[in-house]
Design a protein around this ligand. Structure first.
Ligand code: ZN
Length: 184
């Protein structure tokens, strides 16, 4: 990540809105934001395949679900936060991963400029491919500050996106089971 470019960009932004970049409260802001971006956009340099590479063998193939994974991402249209919960289920063929790895996978894709629809699909594809699963279903529910703080201003409104892969794409019973487990 080019910290100099971020610092320069933030300085220009501050000037653009008519701020005094030399005043006390703002003098370190470009540097603070540059360091912050290392974290909130740090997902570009991380590979979900590495996170999902440590697998365990299993005999059965019952649904595994991890719900209410909190995430924070940034909308690529406004560079404002969107945040909420991710719910993931998969049907293992004969490999499972440690549960924390699902949350790590969400984080890797969240820490990029995103649109929620694409992020949902990326999480599903990564799990499907890396675990060679029979099926994956991912639901994200999030509040977008670009919608609730500006523009249409609907505080608390949520955007829900769904991605299904493999058996989840075709089996309505499995989808129903997913939503039942989500409510439980
Ligand atoms: Zn937006």
């Amino acid at each position: 990540m080019d910290q100099d470019k971020i610092r320069e960009g933030v300085r220009l932004l501050l000037e653009g809105i008519g701020e005094d970049t030399g005043r006390e409260g703002l003098i370190e802001t470009p540097d603070r934001i540059a360091r912050m971006y290392e974290e909130i956009c740090g997902g570009y340099t991380q590979n979900p395949a590495e996170v999902l590479s440590k697998v365990f063998s299993v005999e059965d193939s019952e649904m595994v679900m991890e719900k209410d994974i909190t995430f924070y991402s940034m909308c690529e249209h406004h560079m404002m936060p969107f945040f909420g919960k991710a719910h993931i289920a998969y049907i293992p063929k004969n490999k499972v991963v440690g549960i924390s790895k699902l949350a790590r996978t969400v984080e890797i894709f969240a820490r990029r400029l995103q649109i929620q629809e694409r992020m949902t699909g990326q999480i599903a594809d990564a799990i499907m491919e890396c675990l060679d699963a029979d099926g994956v279903m991912v639901v994200l529910e999030a509040e977008h500050l670009c919608m609730t703080m500006r523009g249409v201003k609907k505080p608390g409104s949520k955007t829900i996106t769904v991605a299904t892969r493999g058996v989840f794409a075709t089996d309505e019973n499995l989808k129903r089971q997913f939503y039942d487990m989500l409510k439980a």
